[in-house]
Design a protein around this ligand. Structure first.
Ligand code: CUA
Length: 246
């Protein structure tokens, strides 16, 4: 049912959703209970002709129970929420599954840029694919991301993945996601980062392995990829890889 209103496109999206529902249900129950009791009592003990005002100190045992019992029940609910939150936090933020692929995500005022390995499957080689505002990933593949910022604090958020992580200048923050639904999803910066903050959006395209391979071939630099295949000491008149890079 939820899927109709909230698109979930990563393996951990449902854990976050379930935690939100748990918290909303517990807090909602107490909100309704507290307001119902309060308004019932306000109505019941409203001013009436001929009824003297009561003076209640609340010190008697049977009155104190109205505080202590709900208090203990709220504490039990807190513990339930904390246990749920810690387990979700551990599984998403601390326990990193082994990566199939790695992408680099760089935030700057005011755009997201991405770097990922080209057809050779190795990062930091000339056939790497660099894109701005659009990241292409394979479905059912575990990605590690290396998140950086060139200037100020940004926040990399993909609502459909339930992923949000701040990007800090001078640091590389590693996280992960595993897309499990085909489609194109929004990326939005969620940390105030200047005038263009609201425009610092992007898209993440989750595609099949075939489509992804085709995209890699289309977008990698064929000249650079070809250069890699050259022998270490090329015959005279051929550029070496280092020369070609200059
Ligand atoms: Cu970058 Cu807001």
């Amino acid at each position: 049912m939820l899927e109709r209103y909230l698109t979930a496109a990563s393996t951990y999206a449902h854990s976050i959703d379930h935690l939100f529902i748990l918290i909303a249900a517990i807090v909602g129950f107490w909100l309704i209970a507290a307001e119902t009791i309060m308004f019932t009592l306000v109505f019941k003990f409203r001013a009436k002709n001929g009824r003297p005002t009561q003076y209640i100190t609340g010190e008697e045992k049977h009155l104190k129970r109205w505080i202590t019992i709900p208090h203990a029940m709220v504490l039990v609910c807190d513990v339930v929420i904390i246990i749920g939150a810690i387990s979700v936090w551990y599984n998403i933020k601390q326990n990193m599954p082994v990566a199939d692929e790695t992408v680099r995500v760089i935030g700057q005022q005011w755009a997201w840029s991405f770097q990922q390995a080209g057809p050779d499957g190795v990062m930091d080689t000339p056939d790497d694919i660099r894109s701005v505002g659009e990241l292409h990933v394979k479905i059912n593949t575990t990605y590690h991301f290396e998140l950086m910022s060139r200037d100020v604090v940004h926040s990399f958020a993909v609502p459909a993945f339930r992923l949000k992580q701040d990007a800090l200048p001078g640091r590389t923050i590693t996280g992960w996601f595993r897309p499990n639904r085909l489609g194109t999803y929004d990326i939005q910066c969620t940390q105030m980062c200047g005038l263009g903050h609201a425009l610092m959006a992007g898209r993440i395209v989750v595609e099949t392995p075939q489509d992804h391979a085709a995209w890699l071939m289309r977008n990698s630099n064929p000249a650079a990829a070809g250069l890699q295949a050259l022998p270490a000491s090329p015959p005279d008149g051929t550029l070496t890889l280092a020369e070609a890079r200059r």
